[in-house]
Design a protein around this ligand. Structure first.
Ligand SMILES: C[S@@+](CC[C@H](N)C(=O)[O-])C[C@H]1O[C@@H](n2cnc3c(N)ncnc32)[C@H](O)[C@@H]1O
Length: 502
């Protein structure tokens, strides 16, 4: 019943928002003819989003949001009290200012110009900053746990340093709370679009309804090759020099932007769409952990996903590649830089200089060297998988159990086969206060549903991580098998400097 009421309320909010959007001139077609409309919310595709109402061609303008409808720090500063207060706190960052301004606007209720927009915004987000202790630990991998803890810590720090201005603005305690701050900062993190005049970006009504797809290969390659061409030039065209390796941090692709001459934020179809298909936008190139951190979701198939494994300090110091370029790709293949760095590291110190050029060009140095590198990587991926507290199979079962928990709302009806899973479900119920004297509480509040969703995201993330490591082991073993079945015609007599399986 509670859920039904919520859905009805959401529908009503969406309806009044769309009426408001049309009234402020947000338009999804180039003409006023309704048959020319290109998109409509909501999509019938799970996530709230935008669907094509007719076939769309690549490059076609699909949405225009005039500047006066954008919510930016600049537009919100028309509130004199706000702009005066902001002047008194020069150390606040652009994002903190937008955060405060958003909370102040939300606190105005119906008297805000953006009320219909604010009312239909999600009430809850699953970005990493909203992860509790249990959900954070469920990520299992140290790097990810650290990223989540950093996100929470940063949000808290930013909130603390904005308490004074929120007090000066006399925001009600509810809007000054850390919970409200997290809501505003997740709204900004997951919904703002880039504008040239403010680092905090803008909230773009209707424009923020587009869901995400990773940059398409075609689009990705042309953009990457263009922006990375200068780097590529110095590299040999070896099989490892795929564009993905070089470019990950070079670009942030989008399919829309603010156009000064039009005075509006304009969105274009990034490919052809069939009628009823969901129109997606590429917010940029993100790993699953980054998507989780900034947007609160992850992709089942993310071509930009990466798994980082701890390398010995000597590897980092023996090369000039930045640490974040040394990773395993979604396919399981080590990144170009990771291969170069490891080949060099596996070269005796006195030969590194002479083989540096070859290593940096992405070439294999010798069969022995390559075999050692592959063995080292495979062995370490194995060790990591062994040391994580659940296996891939257990994570799969746990995800099924979590889905059932969602459906039946009463976990005591669940068949909890494996003891690891039983233990994890028990820990979840206990952490969320759902075990009343050993009996599972039947009432699942919105808060509990949020915790279940975030827990599921954490398990999905760690499962993807483990699958990348597993693919990597297969990749390395495949390479080793290749070497053992072929003559070492490229052996340049460099001996590995370590015994991987010592
Ligand atoms: C800019 S909003 C897009 C519209 C959003 N779905 C809504 O309900 O308003 C970005 C948010 O949409 C969701 N989202 C976007 N793309 C997604 C995808 N491919 N899969 C799952 N969720 C997605 C995430 O919650 C993300 O934080």
């Amino acid at each position: 019943m509670e859920e039904e009421e919520e859905e009805e309320e959401e529908e009503a909010n969406l309806k009044s928002f769309l009426e408001w959007a049309a009234a402020v001139g947000i338009s999804d077609s180039q003409s006023s003819d309704q048959s020319e409309k290109s998109t409509r919310p909501p999509s019938s595709l799970g996530q709230r989003g935008l669907a094509a109402v007719r076939d769309l061609r690549k490059g076609e303008l699909i949405l225009k949001v005039p500047k006066h409808a954008l919510m930016t720090s600049e537009s919100l500063m028309e509130d004199r009290a706000l702009s005066a207060a902001v002047r008194n706190y020069p150390s606040l960052s652009p994002t903190q200012i937008l955060n405060v301004a958003l909370l102040r606007e939300a606190a105005k209720g119906k008297s805000s110009l953006w009320f219909p927009y604010l009312k239909q915004l999600p009430r809850r987000y699953d970005t990493l900053a909203s992860f509790g202790q249990f959900e954070t630990q469920a990520l299992q991998v140290d790097d990810a746990i650290w990223t989540a803890e950093r996100a929470v810590g940063r949000a808290e720090l930013e909130w603390r340093s904005a308490i004074a201005i929120m007090g000066e603005l006399e925001l009600k305690p509810h809007f000054r709370s850390f919970k409200a701050w997290l809501w505003a900062s997740a709204t900004i993190s997951s919904r703002t679009l880039h504008v040239p005049w403010d680092d905090a970006g803008c909230l773009c009504p209707v424009g923020d309804f587009f869901n995400y797809s990773a940059p398409g290969e075609e689009q990705f390659e042309s953009e990457v090759l263009r922006s990375a061409s200068s780097l590529c030039r110095s590299w040999d065209a070896t099989e490892e020099s795929d564009a993905e390796d070089i470019s990950a941090n070079l670009l942030r692709l989008t399919d829309g932007g603010y156009e000064e001459e039009v005075g509006a934020y304009c969105f274009y179809a990034n490919r052809n769409y069939r009628k009823e298909e969901q129109v997606l936008l590429s917010y940029g190139t993100y790993t699953n952990l980054e998507l989780l951190e900034h947007y609160g979701f992850l992709l089942d198939e993310n071509p930009n996903d990466k798994a980082f494994i701890a390398l010995v300090p000597d590897i980092y110091s023996s090369c000039s590649w930045p640490k974040d370029s040394l990773y395993i790709q979604q396919s399981g293949k080590p990144s170009f830089a990771m291969l170069c760095a490891m080949r060099l590291w596996a070269t005796p110190m006195n030969q590194r200089k002479s083989f540096g050029h070859l290593a940096y060009s992405g070439s294999q140095l010798s069969t022995a060297n390559e075999t050692s590198v592959m063995q080292w990587i495979a062995k370490n991926c194995h060790l990591i998988l062994e040391n994580l507290s659940t296996t891939i199979e257990e994570d799969f079962s746990l995800l099924q159990t979590i889905d059932k928990m969602h459906e039946c709302h009463a976990p005591m009806e669940l068949e909890l086969g494996q003891s690891t899973i039983r233990g994890q479900v028990h820990a979840f119920l206990e952490t969320n206060g759902l075990l009343n004297g050993g009996v599972v509480a039947l009432h699942w509040s919105g808060r509990t549903r949020g915790s279940v969703d975030r827990w599921k995201l954490a398990v999905q993330w760690r499962l993807k991580y483990k699958q990348i490591l597993l693919h990597c082991i297969s990749y390395c073993n495949g390479r080793i098998r290749q070497f053992t079945s072929q003559d070492d015609s490229t052996n340049r007599s460099i001996r590995p400097q370590f015994e991987p399986f010592g």
